[in-house]
Design a protein around this ligand. Structure first.
Ligand code: NDP
Ligand code: ZN
Length: 350
């Protein structure tokens, strides 16, 4: 066992605070990673505050991890000490169901093991995430970070990146498609970059007038202020796809109205319960599709990282110290992030 330093939520109502715990000894197929950077995802906040039902405390959040390999198990073949690697939202899955066999570990029939707040398949211990100084992860769930990616900005690709890349790939977004991205936060701003890279005409839907100029800078062709009824009306029946990253309850009906016949609304923002209700006529009368998507498999995550390296795609980030995490959560709640907080893990050692 090795002692780990971290920041944890001990309950839904207490701020994150310093927390020590033990990481397991390396198994033969494990990699030990010294964490350099960890992105701050809205899911960290949802989990810390039990937005999706009671979480398994203590919660050490963090599933956008980049670090350096410091030790490998006897059967590890893909990584060696000194390699720069990443870990995303999953650290294991059953490996024998049809979805694991199809590189869709996120849809594992037996449930993927989350990087934090889940239970290890072998010893049943609680998993602790990346707001910590090191992590021990099964080799199969470790990604290789391409050398040309700027390390300090690569971490958010492990969740915000793959969660937007995967559905856009799955639905075959291509040149000429009209794609709307709802919410310009961590996921949303990556969604714009990928949809543009795939050749689509991209519109950002934001509540914030102040984000118009930035959305254009990031490559969006158009911006719609979603609180402006005139602009929403003018957008009726014009989109092939909408990628919805909004992290709170919101009325889907006005957005569905923006889709063409056969248009597809893809939920990645995760809110329970979904209210207000979707009007069936908004789907039935135009044969529209309402669907969702969960992160991406390990092979596709590696593909996404390599794609980012090849196309110079990176996250827009604001670096913080771990001591500022509670303040960062408050800003995230207000939509005041440009566009991902990344924790410099050096600060944990101070
Ligand atoms: P962020 O907080 O970074 O961004 C969300 C954006 O949504 C905000 O910047 C804001 O954009 C918009 N928004 C916020 N509040 C409201 C509101 N009240 N009404 C309308 N729009 C709002 O979150 P993330 O990008 O990190 O995560 C987004 C969601 O995706 C979360 O629910 C998260 O849990 C989920 N998620 C899902 C995954 C999956 O696999 N499906 C994986 C990772 C995350 P603007 O100011 O432009 O309106
Ligand atoms: Zn995430």
């Amino acid at each position: 066992m090795s002692q780990a330093k971290s920041y944890a939520a001990l309950s839904a109502t207490t701020p994150l605070a310093p927390f020590s715990f033990e990481r397991r000894d390396l198994r033969e197929d494990d990699v030990n990673i010294d964490i350099l950077y960890c992105g701050v995802c809205h899911s960290d906040l949802h989990t810390a505050e039990s937005d999706w039902g009671p979480s398994n405390y203590p919660i050490v959040p963090g599933h956008e991890i980049v670090g350096k390999v410091t030790e490998v198990g006897s059967k590890v073949s893909r990584y060696k000490v000194g390699d720069i690697v990443g870990v995303g939202c999953m650290v294991d899955s059953c490996q024998h169901c049809s979805h694991c066999a199809a590189d869709l570990e996120q849809y594992c029939d037996n449930g993927p093991v989350g990087t934090y707040g889940a239970y290890d398949l072998i010893d049943g211990t609680l998993t602790y995430g990346g707001y910590s100084d090191h992590i021990v992860v099964r080799e199969k769930f470790v990604l290789s970070i391409p050398e040309t990616l700027e390390l300090s900005k690569a971490a958010p690709l492990l969740c915000a990146g793959i969660t937007t890349y995967s559905p856009l790939r799955h639905h075959g977004i291509k040149a000429g498609d009209k794609v709307g991205v709802l919410g310009m936060g961590g996921l949303g701003h990556m969604g714009v970059k990928f949809a543009k890279a795939f050749g689509a005409e991209v519109t950002i839907f934001t509540r914030s007038e102040s984000k118009i100029a930035e959305a254009k800078k990031q490559g969006a062709d158009h911006v719609i202020v979603s609180t402006n009824e005139e602009q929403m009306k003018a957008a009726a029946m014009t989109f092939d796809y909408l990628l919805d990253t909004i992290p709170v309850q919101h009325d889907l009906n006005p957005y569905l109205g923006c889709l063409k016949v056969d248009g597809t609304h893809i939920l990645v923002g995760l809110i329970e319960p979904m209210e207000p209700a979707v009007h069936a006529a908004n789907l039935v009368m135009k044969r529209r599709v309402l669907t969702g998507s969960l992160i991406g498999g390990i092979a596709e995550t590696q593909e996404m990282l390599d794609f980012c390296a090849e196309h110079n795609i990176e996250c827009d980030a604001e670096m913080i110290n771990i001591q500022d995490i509670n303040q960062a959560y408050q800003r995230m709640k207000k939509g005041d992030v440009k566009y991902r907080f990344i924790i410099d893990m050096k600060s944990l050692k101070e």
